[in-house]
Design a protein around this ligand. Structure first.
Ligand SMILES: C[S@@+](CC[C@H](N)C(=O)[O-])C[C@H]1O[C@@H](n2cnc3c(N)ncnc32)[C@H](O)[C@@H]1O
Length: 177
């Protein structure tokens, strides 16, 4: 029993390992041309925590992406803890565990500083309806609404929970991603 608890804790800790933006950049820059015109899904990625989301949002225009979708799993103990979300108006129990998705189809220079960066993404989230919306379920990559997003995506890029790696990969193969 105690041993099981230790294994569970180890798996949970690994599941919350976040990828450095330098590693993402060093790998993905080799595929830049491939991404032009593509719809990208990051389906294990709280947009406020994930450097995958950050990387694609920052390069949305220069890489010519068509669409960027990121979904947040509400089982994450750190979800939404970094920045305040528009959902902060919800009552506390809902706010603490919220699965949501972010859908980006443009990154305009909203603050007019001559560059498109995370400040513009933040303004986009705050000012445009439907950029950040709550999911019906818990954001599990296997849930029907997340599978529907997977089917629509051209390419999926993430670092999934290690404890579910086999299931994650099997699903990608099943949907030919
Ligand atoms: C290894 S972390 C990587 C996070 C992010 N993709 C990155 O690379 O920085 C895996 C993420 O998957 C989330 N997660 C765990 N189980 C999940 C599930 N069933 N469906 C979707 N996401 C899940 C965790 O909360 C965690 O944020």
């Amino acid at each position: 029993m105690a041993n099981n608890n230790l294994h569970d804790a180890k798996a949970a800790k690994k599941d919350e390992f976040y990828t450095c933006i330098e590693d993402i950049s060093n790998e993905l820059r080799h595929y830049r041309d491939f991404f032009r015109g593509k719809s990208v899904l990051c389906n294990c990625d709280d947009p406020y925590e994930s450097n995958f989301f950050k990387f694609f949002a920052l390069n949305f225009n220069s890489w010519g992406l068509r669409r960027l979708v990121a979904t947040c799993y509400d089982g994450s103990p750190v979800a939404g803890s970094e920045l305040r979300l528009p959902f902060d108006d919800y009552p506390k129990p809902v706010r603490l565990r919220t699965a949501y998705k972010i859908v980006i189809t443009e990154v305009p220079d909203l603050n007019g500083d001559g560059a498109t960066d995370m400040a513009d993404v933040d303004m986009l989230i705050r000012n445009r309806a439907n950029v950040l919306t709550r999911l019906n379920g818990n954001g599990d990559f296997r849930s029907p609404e997340c599978v529907a997003m997977l089917r629509e995506a051209d390419v999926v890029v993430t670092n999934p929970p290690f404890s579910l790696f086999r299931e994650y990969l099997a699903q990608l193969i099943k949907y030919d991603k």
